[in-house]
Ligand binder design. Structure first.
Ligand code: FCB
Length: 439
């Protein structure tokens, strides 16, 4: 396996999690979120599972931080829950929630782990969802206010700050396909949400920068596409898919403009005066996070925008059914650096795979995950050789957790979690990473 010493000195290795997926949202005075509502709606989530208990990290955080330290990770990418800090999304603060994150950050520092915070990883307070959530043009202001409150408490000890995790998933999966909370399927709401989530990012960066915080970044996810054939129809579908999946948010952040083709097709749904917001959307960031998992085959589809269909491909697949295509990681690192972010430092903020892992005699033999990680390390290393300013890699995820609409069935952890006993069992991949980081 690739080792720490195969990467440049100072390259940072870490593990990632997210609040709603691990904490247990029924504890500590957290408010209701749109994921609780989505999961309580018949047919949305496997076995209607929710994040009420999740990994019980709210009570087990010390042992979980020990696992991060013992693996030899330099940093931990965690997220704070908006509804834990502000149960109604605005107004009254939940002191217990702020105290929890305060302890957590101190716990990282005590263990020599650098805290990388993500301010929003999808648990919108239900009270704000009632007002239209990300489709409401006021959400940018609400988000920036929350960002200042949580950073006011922990920001003095944070290594790097990301605003919103995967703006694509927030807006497109939440409001266009309906696969994620709030489960809306409406093109107008979706396009407005795409803009509002971009504006929320920029508004928060401006506010935090004005308040004196640095090392502010954005985290985007990317899906690699291969064409089903070489027809002009497929080429056009590839372009629509690329604009929507990979370029919309990057273009906003780094060019202050959205892809022209996309604006031609659905720009009529953008909020009035959206052009005036683009300066804020593109306020400079200090780093960019790249989340990358898989590739898919794209074909043209009849019907409304984006008029794209996914075709099952031949590559080996993970438990998610996602095709493993490590060179996609290199592709997007190059695309970001060459076409958008230039010299801005890049971090791989998520990469990993789900596997149907079983504990056998106190061990979990997930060689397939070790291979997956190693193949992606190779591509990260290659991107550095090709000149990409890549400065770190974070594995998704520290431990098995609530995989959103797929419930607890999909296991992404390098640590196995028994969701009945809450027992943690480091998998073979955890031990392999530990060895790799030590040498
Ligand atoms: C990403 C999410 C993360 C997790 C992984 C598998 O899109 O950011 O929470 O669900 O996928």
């Amino acid at each position: 396996m690739y080792k720490r010493s195969d990467f440049p000195a100072g390259f940072q290795f870490g593990a990632s999690t997210a609040a709603y997926q691990i904490e247990g949202h029924s504890f500590g005075g957290a408010g209701r979120t749109h994921w609780d509502d989505f999961a309580a709606t018949s047919g949305n989530v496997v076995r209607a599972e929710n994040g009420a208990v999740a990994c019980d990290h709210y009570h087990r955080w010390e042992a979980d931080l020990d696992l991060i330290r013992d693996a030899g990770f330099d940093a931990y990418r965690f997220s704070t829950s908006w509804a834990r800090v502000l149960p109604e999304g605005r107004g009254a603060v939940n002191a217990e929630g702020l105290d929890f994150y305060d302890r957590l950050v101190d716990g990282m520092l005590e263990r020599g782990i650098k805290p990388m915070i993500t301010l929003y990883h999808w648990e919108l307070p239900s009270a704000l969802a009632d007002l239209g959530g990300w489709a409401n043009n006021d959400v940018a202001k609400w988000f920036a206010d929350y960002a200042e409150i949580i950073m006011g408490r922990v920001g003095d000890r944070i290594w790097k700050t990301a605003t919103i995790n995967e703006l694509y998933c927030v807006s497109v999966l939440g409001y266009l396909t309906g696969h994620h909370a709030p489960g809306t399927r409406n093109v107008r709401a979706a396009v407005r949400a795409m803009h509002n989530v971009s504006l929320a990012h920029g508004t928060a960066v401006e506010a935090l920068r004005a308040a004196g915080y640095g090392d502010l970044g954005a985290v985007c996810n990317f899906t690699h596409h291969r064409p089903v054939d070489d027809s002009p129809e497929t080429a056009a579908a590839m372009q629509r898919a690329d604009d929507l999946d990979n370029r919309f948010f990057l273009s906003g952040f780094f060019k202050g403009a959205y892809p022209e083709g996309l604006v031609e097709l659905v720009g009529q749904h953008l909020p009035e005066g959206w052009q005036d917001d683009m300066k804020t959307v593109s306020t400079p960031v200090d780093w960019l996070g790249v989340n990358y998992y898989f590739s898919t085959i794209v074909a043209a589809d009849d019907g409304p925008w984006p008029a794209v269909r996914q075709v099952e491909g031949p590559l080996p697949k993970t438990q998610m059914g996602w095709e493993i295509y490590p060179d996609g990681l290199r592709h997007f690192l190059r695309m970001c650096a060459d076409e958008y972010s230039g010299e801005t430092p890049l971090y791989i903020t998520e990469n990993g795979m789900a596997n149907a892992d079983l504990v056998d005699g106190g061990a979990v033999a997930d060689q397939v995950r070790i291979d997956y990680l190693d193949q992606h390390f190779a591509k990260a290393r290659q991107a550095i050789d090709e000149g990409v300013p890549l400065e770190g890699y974070f594995v998704w995820s520290l431990m098995d957790n609530y995989e959103w609409a797929l419930g607890y069935e999909k296991r992404f952890g390098i640590v196995h979690v028994d969701f009945d006993s809450q027992e943690r069992t480091p998998k073979a991949s955890y031990h392999a990473l530990k060895a790799a980081l030590a040498s």
